[in-house]
Design a protein around this ligand. Structure first.
Ligand code: NAP
Length: 287
């Protein structure tokens, strides 16, 4: 008899433009796993009920996205050390007795990409944004031995909170890193930086302004924009024009997805195998 299909999905609100179903369903199909990935668009008032009934509803694992990555933490039975430090969970599995375990694969997704580019250890980094994604990026940079991190967010208290957490993460592992926030983008000294990361939503829309003056982009600077749609934001376009190394957020999305998939299924597959299938599915979906 054929085994019952295992349900997975994405929890968030709203979910109109999610590429996660395409990525995960392609991997289920390719690796012969009897699973299907759905979208679970829930209001805040529905969260408790939804999480409590995961197992009963036959849902084995979920990804979590905006605005619930922080919200779900307190509702889980166990949270990985990294997810607890970052303060955000993007992957939840329901164990045999319905116990919920939470993980964060955003930071390892970013780390995998940035390590491949060799811009992590000893790097001097400028980070735009101090939201959920920026927290995952900062955690990866601190843990991987970046030398300096300067954070700017229009919300200065968010930047201050992230800088403080960054110092705590470093202290916990006996790592040395200089971290500060700045209140004016004009004060950002890019000349001494190796890496500029955009973790704000600026660049999603065509008429969004370019946050960085073009003349501040120098040949030794790599530009990483977490946005993957459009694939070439104004910022990346400027980096390209100036001949800089640049990358968009597609790789981070793919690697966080592949790592979640391995946590969900426990499949004995390599990260690269899964990532490659997910990347193919994603490229078919993107405009
Ligand atoms: P978020 O939690 O809303 O954080 C965005 C932060 O940027 C907020 O603190 C926001 O401040 C700040 N901000 C907005 N406009 C700004 C500006 N002009 N200058 C400086 N800071 C500004 O969002 P998120 O979840 O971190 O996502 C951020 C971006 O990363 C999005 O574009 C998202 O698509 C992308 N992302 C990509 C991946 C991937 O896998 N590639 C994963 C996660 C996120 P306010 O709160 O005051 O508006």
């Amino acid at each position: 008899m054929e085994k019952k299909i295992k349900k997975y999905g994405l929890l968030g609100f709203s979910l109109k433009h999610s590429f996660s179903p395409a990525m995960h369903n392609a991997a289920f199909e390719k690796f012969g796993i009897n699973g299907q990935y759905f979208l679970f668009e829930k209001k805040n008032s529905q969260l408790d009920e939804f999480l409590k009934n995961l197992k009963k509803e036959g849902i084995t694992g979920i990804n979590v996205t905006v605005p619930y990555k922080e919200e779900v933490l307190s509702r889980l039975d166990w949270v990985s050390e990294d997810a607890a430090s970052i303060g955000a969970v993007n992957t939840v599995v329901a164990g045999p007795k319905g116990l919920l375990k939470g993980f964060n694969t955003d930071w390892t997704g970013f780390l995998k990409e940035i390590k491949d580019f060799g811009r992590c250890k000893n790097a001097k980094v400028a980070l735009l944004g101090a939201g959920g994604a920026a927290r995952a990026v900062s955690y990866a940079l601190v843990r991987e031995g970046a030398q300096k991190l300067v954070i700017f967010d229009i919300n200065s208290s968010k930047a201050a909170a992230l800088a403080k957490d960054g110092q705590r993460w470093a202290a916990e592992k006996n790592l040395k890193i200089e971290i500060k926030k700045i209140d004016n983008l004009g004060d950002l000294n890019l000349a001494e930086k190796d890496l500029l990361v955009n973790a704000t939503p600026m660049g999603l829309k065509e008429d969004d302004p370019l946050l960085i003056e073009k003349n501040k982009l120098h040949p030794n600077l790599m530009v990483y924009d977490l946005i993957y749609n459009p694939s070439l934001t104004k910022l990346l376009g400027a980096a390209k024009e100036k001949g800089l190394k640049f990358v968009n957020g597609l790789g981070m999305l793919v690697y966080q997805g592949a790592q979640s998939f391995l946590i969900f299924t426990g499949a004995q597959l390599s990260l690269e195998e899964v990532a490659s299938v997910m990347r193919g599915a994603l490229l078919k979906e993107l405009p």
